[in-house]
Design a protein around this ligand. Sequence first.
Ligand SMILES: NC(=O)C1=CN([C@@H]2O[C@H](COP(=O)(O)OP(=O)(O)OC[C@H]3O[C@@H](n4cnc5c(N)ncnc54)[C@H](OP(=O)(O)O)[C@@H]3O)[C@@H](O)[C@H]2O)C=CC1
Ligand SMILES: O=C(CO)COP(=O)(O)O
Ligand SMILES: [Zn+2]
Length: 352
Amino acid sequence: MFEKSTWIRLPRNVVVGHGVLDQTLDAVDELHLAGRPLVVSSPTPHAVAGERVVDQFEDAGYDPAEVVIDEASFDAVQRVIAHAEDVDAGFMLGVGGGKAIDITKMAADDLGLGFVSVPTAASHDGIVSGRGSVPEGDTRHSVAAEPPLAVVADTEVLAEAPWRLTTAGCADIISNYTAVRDWELAHRLKNVPYSEYAGALSQMTAEMLVDSASSIKKGLEESSWIVVKALVSSGVAMSIADSSRPASGAEHLFSHQLDRIAPDPGLHGHQVGVGAIMTEYLHSGPKGRWRDVRDALGAIGAPTTADELGIDDETVVEALTTAHEIRDRYTVLGDGMSEEAAIEAATVTGVV
Ligand SMILES: NC(=O)C1=CN([C@@H]2O[C@H](COP(=O)(O)OP(=O)(O)OC[C@H]3O[C@@H](n4cnc5c(N)ncnc54)[C@H](OP(=O)(O)O)[C@@H]3O)[C@@H](O)[C@H]2O)C=CC1
Ligand SMILES: O=C(CO)COP(=O)(O)O
Ligand SMILES: [Zn+2]
């Protein structure tokens, strides 16, 4: 008897466009959620958009509560859970970058509350995913979390955010190329479950973004539109896979390790982009497609070298040789790179 089953949890409303932040209330009303909204954000997103969202709910007689977090950590999740219980929240809105959205979806999952994602930056593909990514000591957890019931992505807000946040989002998408390669490798070598649909969607998303690279320009609101659609699509791939595998391979392990060891870590997307240049080299060799990855990143103005990331050469090599320890996820890094091989990969690709 055929006994397999699968649950794919996707948002019901994805609202993208100029000024749609002011439709957050409508997007929520349409979901028939009950009770008091809790708006979770971090400092800048709170000022940029969080207060406007709170005002909308206040004007509609909802009695909204709000909380501002400043880090992505399990402690922050616990603080938000405690606050939500104190104010007797009925549902939650995460307003911000990856940090605020991850914390909100994890707290909502714990409390069994509905969650609405309101990105203020097109900087990461966790906008739609049902995954949370949080460091703890020497490891980085990718945990199941509440996927959003709705996403409200205002391209006016996204376009006004610093441009580097948008290039970080592009790089997070471009890194899907190597993430899918790692996933396929793990499937072949370790029998890790693989979804053809999620793999194909993730790869197609990266290809479409690269094909649109010439339309992604600073000062053009249309760029935010292109990037946010790609971020949504990549998040959907993660939801189909019920794993971050379609969008997170060795290049993400490299970035998570940089977050631990670099004195001043860069943006998530920028780090995974530089990681992807080197892991593409590891997959396909000196004549392989690592130049295409580098050129695609360069075309949208994302960093392609350690210097541009603001880290020194030794840190790159240390992150490469220890990245496999971040979590139990088989990738092209295998059971770890030797220092010589890491120096070679970083040098040939021009990262150092
Ligand atoms: N769950 C998932 O599937 C995924 C999760 N992630 C996670 O997301 C995080 C990375 O996301 P990222 O957005 O780069 O990180 P942050 O949320 O830290 O945002 C980056 C910076 O941008 C600022 N910011 C956000 N919006 C605006 C705006 N409109 N104007 C000005 N500044 C703004 C933030 O301000 P402030 O400092 O005030 O917050 C912060 O300084 C990582 O923790 C990563 O692991 C990434 C991809 C997928
Ligand atoms: O950043 C992600 C996808 O872009 C997912 O994060 P993890 O590497 O923590 O699973
Ligand atoms: Zn990522």
